[in-house]
Ligand binder design. Structure first.
Ligand code: KIV
Ligand code: ZN
Length: 550
């Protein structure tokens, strides 16, 4: 970043750069949003959604996409296979436990990738080996050797993870990693599975392993030096700090997720690692293949599809990450942004967020502007977004980039390619107030024709949901509902994210509008369209008023 310099002791390569062996200049970014990230409570992506995220991860420039755990379910298998067969220019990894069935299933899913990787893991800590696996350390070593050699013999690149490494006996880690490398693993991952370690301790572990794992520098191996990889969880809020400390100690792959989503407190956040390496490049002296201008867009996409909101004060991608509230800060930034900004919003793809877009005149101008924001839309989606944009521009004085991104994301390709949506919200009318019974009338269209229904409810949103459910002939349960403003100001777009449940299915919907009841109704229809046909349940009798279709 121009204008920012490193402190003298750091720029001089002083005490902070402590790696005692030459380490590769490039850090491999291994994204596990689709595997460990998807293990966040309540998150379940469809195959189409996983593909959409994978395509965006390629735009972002990650090196490895861990697409799932194929043996865990038929859906996960299908998603890994779809990603492996479609995306190009990256390594696609599939997770497997040790054992023939897991490894073969992983290979079946990932073999179509340009660069397929099987990621095998087994626990190595005493507590896991005794209480979870019921295995001795010799058995763990044998399982490792057999599974890694099987995976290597199939033609995959092999990564081996010693689960719960940071609570494992370091001597045993040297043994098991050396055995894995001898059997054909070229990437050795050192997971902090329970988020227990600290930066200094983790860095020392990585340094020790680089020193002591057999032939780590690759003099006796055709594949060259082993890649030491780090994988941290954020239970103590240290995942990013631990990963960066490990990079300083010579780790050459960082495993992370977009927005830091993942089991419990989550995984290392991709955007934090990337922006730390970039902002403090004089300190770390490492590069990555990431295009940071894709960070905001990727964060929005993952948040929209997983339904996991980003906290406003989250580093890099939170709504307040670049907002200056106090007068002293605002004054300083106006005089010179570097007084309080260590990164610029445009560095992470928020280029024009604070700039008024105005009313773009034509579709072509909109397409050009969207391309600058990183969105390439096909004709059909561009047409839909343009119509929404025009309608919004008629209502709002200023349409900002955040508004535009919200519209584009709502019009994004749906779970079945966006073409087979059965219901479209054509009209919504609501009567509400302190002295009337809230009532909503909706007109939905579908390939089989229009349906109009009216219902009352506890409030206008409840009435709208009841009318839509009645028109669509099903009765899902509203599991989650969340409303927020996309930008500040009284004319802000409202964004609703909700989750519907029905017969064991669970679907997420998102809608935006300057009218929050319309945003709610749109989100409801999006979620409804994701529930599989034939499994939607029957119409539940609700009080209906003025129904045209009866
Ligand atoms: O946290 C962990 O240990 C994992 C392994 C499967 C790598 O996610
Ligand atoms: Zn993990």
């Amino acid at each position: 970043m121009s204008g920012l310099s490193e402190p003298a002791h750091v720029a001089a390569g002083g005490p902070a750069v402590a790696a005692d062996k030459p380490a590769p200049a490039r850090v491999v970014i291994f994204d596990t949003t689709l595997r460990d990230g998807e293990q966040s409570p309540g998150v379940a992506l469809t195959v189409a959604e996983k593909l959409e995220v994978a395509r965006q991860l390629v735009r972002l420039g990650v090196d490895v996409i861990e697409a799932g755990f194929p043996i865990s379910s038929p859906g996960d298998f299908a998603a890994v296979k779809a990603v492996a067969d479609e995306v190009r220019g990256v390594t696609v990894a599939a997770l497997a436990r040790t054992g023939r069935a897991d490894v073969e299933r992983a290979w079946e899913a990932v073999r179509g990738a340009e660069r397929p990787r099987i990621h095998i893991f087994i626990a190595t800590s005493e507590i896991h080996m005794v209480h979870k696996l019921g295995m001795t350390s010799d058995e763990v070593v044998r399982e490792t050797r057999e599974s890694v050699s099987l995976a290597a013999s199939l033609g995959a690149e092999v990564e081996f993870s010693a689960e719960d490494a940071t609570r494992s006996d370091p001597e045993f880690l040297v043994r098991v990693f050396s055995e894995a490398a001898r059997a054909g693993a070229t990437v050795l991952n050192v997971p902090d599975t329970v988020g227990y370690t600290t930066p200094r301790e983790y860095a020392a572990l990585i340094r020790m392993l680089r020193e002591r794992v057999e032939d780590a520098d690759g003099r006796g191996r055709p594949g060259g030096p082993l890649c030491f990889s780090v994988h941290c969880h954020d239970d103590l809020g240290l995942a990013t700090a631990n990963s960066l400390a490990a990079v300083e100690a010579g780790a050459s792959q960082v495993e992370c997720t977009v927005n830091g989503i993942g089991e419990r407190a989550g995984n290392t956040s991709l955007e934090e690692v990337i922006m730390a390496l970039r902002t403090r490049r004089g300190l770390y002296a490492r590069t990555t293949g990431i295009d940071p201008r894709q960070i905001t867009r990727t964060s929005h996409l993952v948040s929209r599809l997983t339904g996991m909101k980003v906290q406003p004060n989250k580093a890099i991608v939170g709504a307040n990450a670049f907002a200056h509230q106090s007068g002293i800060h605002q004054d300083g930034v106006l005089k010179n942004p570097l007084t309080y900004e260590i990164m610029r919003p445009e560095d992470v793809g928020l280029a024009a967020n604070s700039i008024v877009l105005g009313k773009l005149s034509g579709r072509h101008a909109l397409a050009t502007h969207l391309a600058r924001l990183g969105y390439e839309l096909d004709e059909e989606r561009l047409k839909a977004v343009f119509a929404r944009f025009k309608a919004l521009a008629d209502k709002k004085k200023e349409v900002r980039d955040l508004d535009l991104m919200a519209l584009v994301e709502e019009e994004a390709v749906g779970p079945d390619g966006g073409q087979q949506d059965r219901w479209t919200l054509e009209e919504l009318q609501v009567v509400s107030g302190s002295k009337v019974i809230p009532t909503a009338t909706v007109l939905l269209s579908s390939p089989t024709g229009p349906r109009k229904e009216a219902c009352s409810g506890l409030g206008p949103v409840d009435a709208a949901f009841a009318a839509i459910a009645r028109a669509a002939g099903c009765a899902p349960t509203l599991l989650e509902y969340d409303l927020r403003a996309v930008t500040s100001g009284q004319d802000a777009l409202g964004e609703v994210v909700l989750r519907l449940g029905l017969d064991g299915q669970n679907a997420l919907g998102r809608g935006v509008s300057t009218d929050v009841i319309e945003a709610s109704a749109r989100a409801y229809v999006v979620a409804l369209n994701k529930l599989k046909p034939g499994e939607r349940g029957d119409l539940v009798a609700r009080e209906a008023v003025g129904s045209d279709s009866d």
